[in-house]
Design a protein around this ligand. Structure first.
Ligand SMILES: Cc1cc2nc3c(=O)[nH]c(=O)nc-3n(C[C@H](O)[C@H](O)[C@H](O)COP(=O)(O)OP(=O)(O)OC[C@H]3O[C@@H](n4cnc5c(N)ncnc54)[C@H](O)[C@@H]3O)c2cc1C
Length: 480
């Protein structure tokens, strides 16, 4: 008897995410003769870095730089590789038997995969500060997506604030578009520079270093002031942002701004992996939880692998390589190749991945988030914007009881809103770490309650679950 009225579709290999990792995994899998389905919530392949290259607005994309344009080759090879694709398809839950619940055009379907590669990339770290929810404040990733897909640039004066390579890259792209950047307010902690120095010798001969220097040169030539040592950013304005206030060298300053673009690095998006109970480990440099997997990206959950930035943020060069490793290993798991063939095929890819990851130590340490990043967050600032939970309430909760993020969620509701923790989990965790005296392991990760993004209840009902095996649950309704 079937478990549901709408039987699940079967597929050998399901790849979630059509970014560089997912596309490269699909090409490799198809070459090995595996029936492959790739799903992505976006309407075109490319992921974050190559967004808009396949199907965005028409404009002169050379302003976005060479690293962007070379993505066309990967997209073309992916589109010709023979993998089946489904776009505008959001995976809102996965169960440990490798069933994915996918919403497309208001209808949900189940896909049961013999093997799944989760290549869901990374998310920007939330950046909470006074006034961060004012209209006109946008993240660098969001601003860049508007540029890449819709040729939209912000209204001047534009101020960029925060830390990380994406902020610098976006500023160079704006210069190339003729947008004037009033200033980059660099909040990178001074101590990070010292820490990064010990990785300098390995970093300097890499392509990453050349790119970094080229960006700094372009910003200098474009006359963009980069103000280091900035603290206490605040967006000021009544109906929308009108100015930015910040402190530097003990003095307070203000800059007029129509748009404040903020960024504080990116972190692996692992919610689907958490949904299937993949173990995670705390990484003290990125101050984030990373999935535990082997060199091929295989997790301890049978038939579940991870690739790309979702495995660890290693950048756009490394992502396709980890995608290929996961696909070759999936072919072994599916019985298409033996272990020796897998090892022979993956040896050169592993060597390339090692090379592509060289220099990351410098970048990761230089732009590492500070453990004190939330110390100056005013009590009335929102930590969780969906449920309007202030920093003060989280701090009070931290000192009141054993600080586990899930008990704080039950009491304050942060993480229960439409974003399901995407925009608050990191901020809440940092506040708890500072004010409770608990360790990251004690605080833990938010438990995943499907759907991980809102879907209509009628979609869930229409799945028609009629009969459940003892260990199963109705998706999105019963607790895991
Ligand atoms: C906002 C942002 C902007 C970036 N911009 C740049 C840049 O300009 N230059 C650069 O060098 N690096 C950039 N990076 C880093 C770069 O994107 C990565 O190093 C690289 O693209 C990672 O590739 P990936 O395939 O792992 O993930 P991604 O490229 O992020 O692709 C992941 C894909 O998975 C899809 N997805 C996620 N969750 C689901 C789900 N539940 N259901 C269905 N689909 C899902 C997403 O829509 C996305 O297309 C950026 C990262 C971020 C987060």
């Amino acid at each position: 008897m079937s478990m549901t009225e709408n039987a699940a579709e079967d597929v050998d290999l399901l790849i979630i995410g059509a970014g560089p990792a997912g596309m490269a995994a699909a090409i490799e899998a198809c070459e090995l003769g595996i029936d492959t389905l790739v799903v992505d919530e976006k309407f075109h392949p490319g992921g974050q870095i190559y967004a808009g290259l396949a199907g965005g607005a028409a404009f002169d994309r050379s302003v976005l730089g060479r690293d962007y344009l070379i993505g066309k080759n990967l997209i073309d090879r992916f589109q010709a590789c023979g993998a089946r694709t489904r776009y505008g398809a959001f995976v809102w839950d996965m169960t440990p038997d490798n069933t994915a619940y996918i919403s497309t055009d208001g209808t949900s379907r189940m896909i049961r995969a013999h093997h799944a590669i989760v290549a869901t990339g990374a998310l920007e770290r939330p950046f909470a500060f006074e006034g961060w929810t004012l209209p006109g404040v946008i993240t660098a990733g969001g601003a860049q997506l508007l540029l890449k897909t819709s040729a939209v640039v912000p209204q001047e004066p534009v101020v960029l604030a925060g830390s990380g390579p994406l902020l610098l890259l976006l500023a160079t792209q704006y210069i190339a578009c003729g947008v004037s950047v009033a200033a980059i307010l660099d909040t990178t902690p001074a101590g990070n520079r010292l820490g990064a120095l010990r990785h300098f010798a390995r970093f300097i001969p890499t392509a990453l270093a050349a790119k970094g220097l080229a960006m700094l040169w372009k910003l200098r030539a474009g006359g963009v002031p980069i103000l280091s040592g900035v603290e206490d950013i605040a967006a000021l304005g009544s109906a929308r942002v009108e100015a930015v206030r910040y402190r530097r060298g003990g003095e307070e300053y203000r800059l007029p701004a129509s748009c404040l673009i903020v960024h504080q690095g990116i972190e692996s998006e692992t919610r689907l992996l958490r949904a299937v109970n993949v173990e995670h480990r705390w990484d003290n440099v990125s101050r984030s939880w990373l999935p535990v997997c082997d060199d091929f990206g295989r997790t301890a959950i049978p038939g579940v692998s991870v690739a790309g930035d979702g495995r660890a943020v290693l950048g756009a060069q490394a992502a396709p390589l980890s995608g290929r490793l996961a696909a070759i290993d999936a072919a072994r798991a599916l019985g298409r190749i033996d272990v020796e063939t897998r090892d022979r095929l993956t040896r050169p890819v592993r060597a390339q991945l090692g090379k592509a990851s060289r220099g990351r130590g410098f970048v990761d340490t230089l732009f590492a988030p500070s453990p004190t990043s939330c110390d100056r967050l005013p009590g009335e600032a929102l930590a969780c914007r969906c449920e309007e939970v202030t920093a003060k309430r989280v701090r009070e909760e931290a000192t009141r009881s054993a600080a586990n993020i899930n008990s704080v969620k039950s009491r304050l509701r942060c993480g229960m809103g439409p974003c399901q923790g995407r925009y608050c989990e990191t901020t809440v965790r940092e506040l708890l770490l500072r004010h409770s005296g608990s360790t990251a392991a004690e605080i833990g990760l938010l438990r995943i309650r499907p759907p991980i993004k809102p879907v209509g209840i009628e979609e869930i009902i229409a799945l028609g679950v009629t009969e459940l095996p003892p260990e199963a649950r109705i998706p999105g309704v019963l607790p895991r």
